[in-house]
Design a protein around this ligand. Structure first.
Ligand code: SF4
Length: 478
């Protein structure tokens, strides 16, 4: 969500006349788009602001703006702790940034503007997209749930849904520019439609994406187990361009802890959803989020989480050690656990999950996969002479871009088919000749250094601009 918000911030700054600073040059403007989900985000932000102070002293005309969740939470506190910050804006008024910068410059004093509810849906703002082949599309913002560990509802507000026509118009605008893959984005995609009274709105939206010519891959994040309904599973299975990938946050396998977390499903319901998904899509890759060490978690509760993990056979999991977020109910709960206990449980969970992921990945050796070639996903690609891409199920594959099927050269944004030769815990390797290579418009655009720039909502068509260093940082923490 924050990464996509950063695309919107960059888009509107460009529209206001800002241009990205040349690499290595001192910028006139630095914008931080912050996240408050993890505890150390605060430390990182204030530490980084401290590092920027000498640059600001040397160039008083330089402006520094702080936005996003941490700004929504800390508000005026930011300019108290770092008086060299010029603008603070929250999650509900991304669109005010250019005006606030102008006002701060004119008045020669800091502008702090935090709104309590959404002013304009961020998708109405222009966006400067990071990728030529893959795009985020927001379907909703905010969340109506009240998970006791989560700061999101207090910082992002109640759920607001975008109309399906607007979502589809944005999807079509991206595809018209050669984008092959979209990820539909919401805090809780399964409750999409609650605002306009259609409980099946999300499955209908998936099916409507299936009718967009040229759209090859549709993903979404995140669903919620309590609201996940069979019509979504059917739409996933029956819509050819919807990827068989599901990120389904578990958080805990203990029913008692789930209740304390105010997560309204139980372990049995969670596992029954996975059974249904796998019955409909046997090749589905299922990933999850798990929190270890929630207040009051006993060894028995933790064992229940391990049991679900053993049964669920996740292809990967984001595992977190519980950390207090001030302002959340869980921060005040009794039974906060010592760090050593949490760490020891966490290590056991990671060991188990890595082992399962490795076993599952080894089963894929010999399987043919279709990859959308990616940029920046393989740190060792240069030394191994491989490239990297994502399979349809979301798995990361490092592959050798050679063989008679290669049409000139393989570029990020192109589509290839290959066979898996090795399965590691966190990635796959395909070292044989490519079976096929399809050059795409997205690949042409990557090669030409172009990225889509979309106007807000459905109005107007996207255009391309040459990418340079983007003047907006991509969040500071989680
Ligand atoms: S559903 Fe997700 S975003 Fe909403 S309160 Fe729970 S954890 Fe936070």
């Amino acid at each position: 969500m924050n990464v996509h918000d950063s695309e919107r911030l960059a888009g509107q700054l460009e529209e206001a006349g800002y241009v990205p600073a040349a690499e290595g040059a001192a910028p006139d403007l630095v914008v931080f788009n912050t996240c408050a989900v993890r505890e150390n985000a605060d430390n990182k932000l204030y530490g980084t602001l401290g590092h920027l102070r000498p640059a600001k002293d040397a160039n008083p005309g330089m402006q520094i703006a702080v936005g996003g969740c941490l700004a929504q939470k800390d508000r005026g506190e930011i300019v108290k702790r770092a008086p060299w910050v010029d603008v603070v804006f929250g999650t509900h008024n991304l669109g005010s940034l250019p005006v606030l910068l102008e006002r701060a410059r004119h008045n020669a004093e800091a502008e702090v503007e935090i709104l309590e509810s959404l002013e304009t849906f961020p998708s109405t703002l222009p966006a400067r997209r990071d990728s030529a082949y893959s795009g985020w599309v927001s379907i909703s913002v905010g969340c109506n749930n009240t998970c006791t560990f989560c700061i999101v509802p207090s910082l992002r507000g109640k759920e607001r849904d975008r109309r399906p026509g607007e979502v589809l118009a944005e999807v079509e605008a991206l595809v018209a520019e050669g984008v092959l893959e979209v990820t539909l984005l919401g805090q809780n995609v399964n409750s999409y439609g609650v605002e306009f009274g259609d409980r099946q709105a999300f499955s209908k939206l998936l099916r409507a994406c299936g009718a967009v010519d040229g759209l090859e891959r549709v993903r979404f994040t995140s669903p919620h187990p309590a609201a996940f309904t069979d019509d979504v599973i059917e739409a996933m299975a029956e819509t050819p361009n919807v990827c068989h990938q599901l990120h389904m946050p578990l958080q805990s396998g203990s029913d008692r802890v789930l209740k304390e977390m105010r997560r309204s499903y139980r372990a049995a319901r969670y596992l029954s959803i996975l059974d249904k998904v796998r019955a409909a899509m046997p090749d589905a890759a299922i990933t999850t989020d798990i929190i270890v060490g929630f207040p009051g978690e006993t060894e028995e509760d933790f064992q229940a989480t391990l049991d679900v993990v053993r049964e669920a056979r996740f292809s990967s999991a984001f595992t977190f050690q519980y950390s207090k977020r001030p302002g959340t109910p869980a921060a005040e709960m009794p039974g906060q656990l010592p760090k050593e206990v949490v760490q020891e449980r966490y290590d056991r969970l990671v060991e188990l999950q890595n082992d399962i992921a490795w076993q599952e990945n080894k089963k894929l050796v010999g399987r043919k996969v279709e990859l959308l070639v990616a940029t920046g996903e393989g740190r060792k690609d240069a030394e191994t002479h491989r490239m990297s891409g994502r399979a349809r199920d979301g798995r990361l594959v490092h592959f050798t871009p050679t063989g008679p099927a290669v049409d000139r050269e393989v570029r990020p944004g192109d589509v290839v088919e290959t066979v898996i030769t090795y399965g590691a815990p966190h990635h796959l390797v395909a070292d044989g000749d490519l079976l096929t290579h399809r050059r795409t418009r997205a690949g042409d655009n990557v090669a030409a250094g172009l990225r889509p720039k979309t106007d807000g909502v459905s109005l107007g068509l996207p255009s391309f601009g040459a990418p340079k260093a983007v003047p907006v940082t991509g969040g500071c923490g989680a």
